[in-house]
Design a binder for this molecule. Structure first.
Ligand code: AMP
Length: 368
């Protein structure tokens, strides 16, 4: 057996810092523990999902420079579980410890215009779009894009928040008012047949390992269900994987990157969004793959070789949103339901409380 060079890797017992205390951080911490690492979570509330399972927790706002410094000094390497962290924080940490991914990746992923500019620069398709900073520019974008479009704030939108659909020019004033004049992007509506995503991990040695493309179904802008693998032909699946690999490599990212894409009737793939962290559409990998997306992040940032992203089962992941999680007793009694709850004690409509994954015998599609 060839033993890869792991001499420079973080040794078991080392501490991985995670910026953010949500469910993604929680699942990173669980994977880190499996590999013998400690996790230090930087978050805002002591009862956050990740704080509940971590060895060390710092509770402080992101603008507390002293807390950021002390946190970094107490970690061996730092990663993140959400991308909207001020870049100066990430730069400050990078002066003290390796920060993976770094601020260059965040600068692209935090801003929908820069993100789409970057993707097009790589010769990868997106919806047609215009950067919009005023109502007049929104009118101009509507004329240029020709008809139905969606306007999204450039920054800080998620799960369909900060988005307005515009069918005709009479709706522009109201949409601009509702977006509160925030710098925005107008995108032509894509007539898609499916939404898919690919999660690609990249190690410090530049090795890339992608999971099979999956299909994502949303309700009210929130992911409801992920079907793994996506029911697309192998040529398109290979193309989707190649797109994700190209982006993760061009970003020089160490960690994992989720790439969301639209599939059109004619078999085109248009990238909608990227996220430089584990992604909801990759939760199925915990139960259906030997190495999950969360373990890949840990492996990547710790300098270990990436694990094998092949699946041993097909999977159907259902998100438990709001009151869905109240049915936990039914799920735990259901043979074959792999239940994951995030420890959130307050149920709110639209809040991701957990997920359930159902496994099926692996299909030939996208195998290996
Ligand atoms: P986003 O926040 O960009 O992921 O958008 C949330 C959801 O809105 C996506 O998953 C799509 O279902 C839909 N959507 C976003 N942008 C477009 C677009 N340009 N054309 C059609 N549907 C879109």
């Amino acid at each position: 057996m060839v033993v890869p060079a792991v001499s420079s890797a973080l040794r078991p017992g080392g501490t991985i810092g995670v910026l953010g205390g949500g469910q993604l951080g929680r699942m990173i911490a669980i994977s880190a523990a499996q590999l013998g690492y400690r996790t230090h979570i930087f978050c805002q509330h002591e009862d956050d999902p990740a704080a509940q399972v971590a060895g060390i927790v710092t509770i402080a706002p992101y603008d507390d420079k002293g807390a950021i410094d002390r946190f970094a000094q107490n970690c061996d390497v730092v990663t993140l579980e959400f991308e909207n962290i001020p870049t100066w924080v990430v730069n400050q940490i990078a002066q003290i410890r390796p920060m993976r991914p770094g601020s260059r990746v965040l600068e692209v992923a935090q801003d929908r215009v820069r993100e789409k500019d970057f993707i097009n620069w790589l010769d990868i398709e997106t919806a047609a779009y215009r950067s919009v900073d005023s109502k007049a520019e929104l009118h101009a974008a509507h004329l240029a894009l020709g008809g139905r479009m969606v306007v999204k704030t450039r920054r800080l939108g998620y799960d369909g928040k900060g988005q307005k659909w515009i069918e005709h020019s009479g709706e522009i004033s109201e949409a601009w008012k509702q977006l509160a004049g925030a710098p925005s992007i107008a995108e032509a509506a894509v007539d898609f047949t499916a939404e898919i995503s690919v999660i690609a991990a990249r190690g410090i040695d530049g090795a890339v390992a992608a999971y099979v493309p999956v299909e994502n179904r949303h309700i009210d802008g929130i992911l409801d269900r992920t079907i793994a693998p996506a029911l697309i032909d192998d040529t398109l699946a290979d193309k989707a994987v190649a797109i994700a690999e190209k982006i993760v490599t061009a970003l020089d990212l160490v960690g994992v990157l989720a790439v969301e894409m639209f599939v059109t009737e004619g078999g085109r793939l248009l990238v909608n969004e990227i996220a430089p962290r584990p992604h909801n559409s990759g939760h199925w990998t915990i139960d259906a793959c030997a190495v999950s997306q969360f373990e890949q992040v840990v492996r990547a940032v710790a300098g270990l070789p990436l694990g094998n992203p092949a699946r041993h089962s097909d999977a159907d992941m259902r998100n438990l949103i709001g009151g869905d999680a109240d049915k936990w007793a039914e799920f735990v009694s259901e043979p074959g339901a792999c239940l994951h709850l995030y420890g959130k004690n307050e149920t709110r409509p639209g809040r991701k409380m957990g997920h359930v994954t159902y496994l099926k015998r692996v299909s030939e599609r996208g195998r290996g």
